[in-house]
Design a protein around this ligand. Structure first.
Ligand code: MN
Ligand code: MN
Length: 415
């Protein structure tokens, strides 16, 4: 078989996996181009059988693990995780679940929290060591914050809108009626746990009453009915009008920059028949000094082109649809991962990757970077901005064909 038909076999095996493993005589010679050969194309039906314990519901979520493309090679760290496999901490008023570095060692730069607050549900007044970035995924939420200069900020946010709370600035969140809300939190410290934050009720309960009395200039028995255990999330009364809450805190002054921002309200940085990309970083969302985010919508069969990010790991929250990503590293190493709603992924800094929509509906992925600005190097943009003869000698491709490659910096290719 010549080179072309060998590549065709590889392409076919990537689609059909094990089913094609023994389709050709001498298939073993058409395995992975790297040594040692890897992939089902090298094997036989008997050797490929999997007679051991099966959990099809779980295994079926990750078909590329069951039958990797023949181009996968070597071993990568586990770059897949999911909120779906994390325990919920449920309390009156709402719940939360999280993926920190303890649950997902590959996520070294940020941790993530999926939280639900029912109508009137309150995430207790608190603060913590990491910066907090949030995205509302459902319903409406009221955010309340005091900034570093003692100025208060109160705002209501809905789906596709963000917040950024600087480290150490105390804040609370409340679900608004009638739906309540759900949101993603991202901390710019992979160790930050939402279950271990500095809580108002804990501090008050663990300060001597006479100190509280002196501190606030009131009798000690003012504090006789404080909760003895923290609230974390609790059922509160439904919030009053926003303007009333804003007026109640206005005496301390107003922060010069908003701590909330509409990601879906931005003009897309990329929009074509294959999808859209919205971007929010410190250039348009000034408050977000340490987190850059892109919301990518990829149409069925479309491909988020091969690229990498030079300034940070990519942390992914897969929100809708189904998709596949292969991550490439030196070695060579390449591993393919499948994702669905609620899953979390990582594409480490400078490691090449693509995302393919493998489902029949729009694929929506939020990608997060611990960086002030979004940065990307696109493979096609690189190869079309390198002297054609230089590229041609590497890939044995006619320079006239290379000239037809896409030339933009950020790309989604249609099916
Ligand atoms: Mn917080
Ligand atoms: Mn990326």
């Amino acid at each position: 078989m010549d080179d072309l038909s060998r590549r065709a076999m590889l392409a076919l095996s990537a689609v059909g996996g094990a089913a094609l493993a023994s389709s050709g005589a001498g298939a073993a010679s058409f395995g992975n181009p790297d040594e040692p050969p890897q992939g089902a194309i090298n094997s036989t039906p008997a050797a490929l059988a999997d007679p051991g314990p099966q959990n099809p519901a779980l295994a079926g979520q990750l078909p590329s693990f069951q039958s990797p493309p023949a181009t996968d090679v070597g071993s990568m760290p586990m770059l897949w995780s999911s909120f779906n496999i994390m325990p919920k901490r449920i309390q009156a008023g709402g719940w939360g679940r999280q993926v920190t570095i303890a649950e997902f060692p590959a996520a070294k730069e940020v941790s993530g929290v999926d939280m639900r607050l029912g109508p009137g549900g309150i995430r207790e007044l608190h603060w913590h060591l990491a910066n907090e970035w949030g995205l509302v995924t459902s319903g409406r939420c009221r955010v309340t914050l005091l900034d570093q200069e003692g100025r208060a900020y109160v705002q209501d946010v809905g789906p596709g809108e963000l917040w950024f709370f600087p480290a150490g600035c105390p804040h609370a969140l409340q679900g608004l009626g009638p739906e309540g809300c759900e949101f993603l939190l991202v901390f710019d410290d992979a160790h930050q746990s939402e279950f271990s934050t500095l809580l108002l009720t804990d501090w008050i309960a663990h300060t001597p009453p006479e100190i509280l009395a002196q501190n606030f200039g009131v009798p000690a028995d003012t504090f006789k009915t404080i909760p003895l255990h923290d609230l974390w999330i609790f059922q509160g009364k439904e919030a009053g009008p926003l303007a009333q809450a804003q007026a109640a805190v206005a005496s301390g002054g107003t922060p010069p920059q908003p701590f909330t921002f509409s990601l879906v309200g931005t003009k897309p940085v990329k929009e074509n028949e294959a999808g859209t990309i919205h971007l929010a970083d410190s250039r348009n969302f000034k408050a977000s000094t340490t987190i850059a985010a892109a919301l990518e919508t990829i149409k069925p069969g479309a491909l988020r082109r091969l690229h990498w990010h030079p300034n940070a790991d990519e942390w992914q929250y897969w929100m809708k649809g189904r998709g596949r990503m292969t991550v490439f590293d030196a070695g060579p190493r390449a591993t393919t991962f499948d994702f669905g709603p609620g899953d979390v992924g990582v594409a480490p800094r400078n490691q090449g990757h693509y995302i393919l929509n493998t489902g029949d509906e729009d694929l929506v992925v939020l990608v997060i970077f611990k960086a002030p600005e979004y940065q990307e190097v696109d493979l096609s943009n690189w190869l079309t901005h390198t002297p054609p003869e230089l590229v041609a000698q590497h890939l044995n491709i006619d320079p006239a064909i290379i000239a037809r490659f896409p030339k933009d910096k950020v790309g989604i290719q249609p099916a």
